[in-house]
Design a protein around this ligand. Structure first.
Ligand SMILES: Nc1nc2c([nH]c(=O)n2[C@@H]2O[C@H](COP(=O)(O)OP(=O)(O)OP(=O)(O)O)[C@@H](O)[C@H]2O)c(=O)[nH]1
Ligand SMILES: [Mg+2]
Length: 323
């Protein structure tokens, strides 16, 4: 797989604007325009020589009358509409001044992230909706141990959810399918109570059809599959270590990926790593959100965002955070 060249694509800056209540601003495109009548994230074409951040600032002023005070890159999506190729450079805006209103007469709405799925967006926007719904930290659980140890495991998980974790990957390699299913049901109920997203990484035939849970595909499972294992409701993520695995994950339609190892880990000292540059290359080639994994913690978020990632995922640093 080659790293793609987007120099001929129409470069567009767009914003996932969040208010203090966590709602996101969307606007409806006028009927006569490209992808007319559909909802969009505000933004527009970047002018020749203009920096993405400046273009975003200009577009949000022109379209909504707001000034950005806090923003960061969220995701870049190349998309071919047939009549037009666009490269959507999407930023997350967490601070702005002014009262957002449709300055070009377009309807605007503040909606909670989960409700975004009910609106009709252009085809390119599906990964933007996913990125807007996903947090920037993903907890991967350590081994849950034997059933006698699950009580302590669930209490610890609850404390992490209380601490603000909103994405959990239940990783349990050693459990039999029936035990994995029993634990998954308890973890799913706990995560649902906190409005947290859950991915099941274990004997997967038993994990399907657990309410409020998606599936995570490890390397072996990804290689076996030729199509997406769940319907459109549950999220599907995959582990990727190189461009080939990323391409495979994208071709079966996963919603997002975990890319590793970015830095050396205590569990695999001396093993080869991607480094920040390797992460950047994989993020550039991805059309879906990327979690950076391997030797990282919350303090590495900025670096991960600058490399094109959604955020970081971790076992140790999020299960036993340093206070
Ligand atoms: N702003 C925006 N554009 C999007 C989104 N999704 C998407 O495919 N696009 C495409 O990106 C392209 C540029 O967007 P735009 O029409 O907002 O550009 P603009 O504000 O500069 O408009 P103008 O040329 O009428 O002044 C369009 O082809 C549009 O269909 C989205 O969520 N937001
Ligand atoms: Mg626009």
């Amino acid at each position: 797989m080659q790293t793609p060249d987007y120099s001929r694509f129409l470069h567009v800056a767009a914003a996932v604007i969040c208010d203090q209540a966590g709602r996101i601003l969307i606007a409806r495109r006028a009927e006569h325009r490209h992808q007319g009548g559909l909802w969009e994230f505000p933004g527009g074409k970047i002018e020749p020589g203009e920096a993405v951040g400046s273009a975003l600032q200009r577009e949000l002023d022109e379209e909504l009358g707001v000034t950005i005070t806090d923003a960061r890159p969220l995701i870049r999506i190349p998309h071919d509409y047939g009549d037009r190729q666009v490269l959507l450079d999407v930023w997350r805006v967490d601070g702005f001044e002014g009262v957002a209103h449709g300055r070009e007469g377009q309807p605007v709405a503040w909606v909670c992230p989960e409700a975004l799925s009910q609106y009709a967006f252009p085809a390119a926007n599906r990964p933007i909706v996913t990125a807007a719904q996903l947090p920037d930290l993903g907890l991967i659980t350590p081994d849950p141990g034997r059933p006698a140890e699950w009580g302590a495991f669930l209490r610890k998980l609850e404390s992490r959810l209380n601490g603000g974790i909103r994405l959990v990957q239940l990783r349990a390699k050693a459990l039999q399918p029936s035990a994995f299913r029993a634990l998954s049901e308890q973890v799913a109920a706990l995560c649902h109570r906190f409005g947290a997203h859950l991915l099941l990484n274990g004997p997967v035939e038993s994990a399907e059809a657990i309410p409020h849970a998606g599936v995570h595909l490890n390397g072996a499972r990804l290689r076996e599959l030729t199509e997406r294992p769940l319907g459109p409701e549950g999220w599907v993520s995959a582990a990727c270590h190189d461009l080939e695995e990323l391409e495979r994950a994208l071709s079966i339609g996963v919603d997002f990926v975990f890319v590793s190892p970015v830095l050396p880990t205590a569990s695999h000292p001396g093993a080869p790593t991607l480094g920040w540059e390797g992460l950047r290359v994989l993020c550039k080639a991805s059309r879906v959100p990327v979690y950076a994994l391997g030797g990282l913690g919350p303090a590495d978020r900025q670096r991960a965002w600058q490399s094109g990632a959604q955020g970081i995922a971790a076992i140790r640093a999020l299960w036993n955070p340093i206070r």
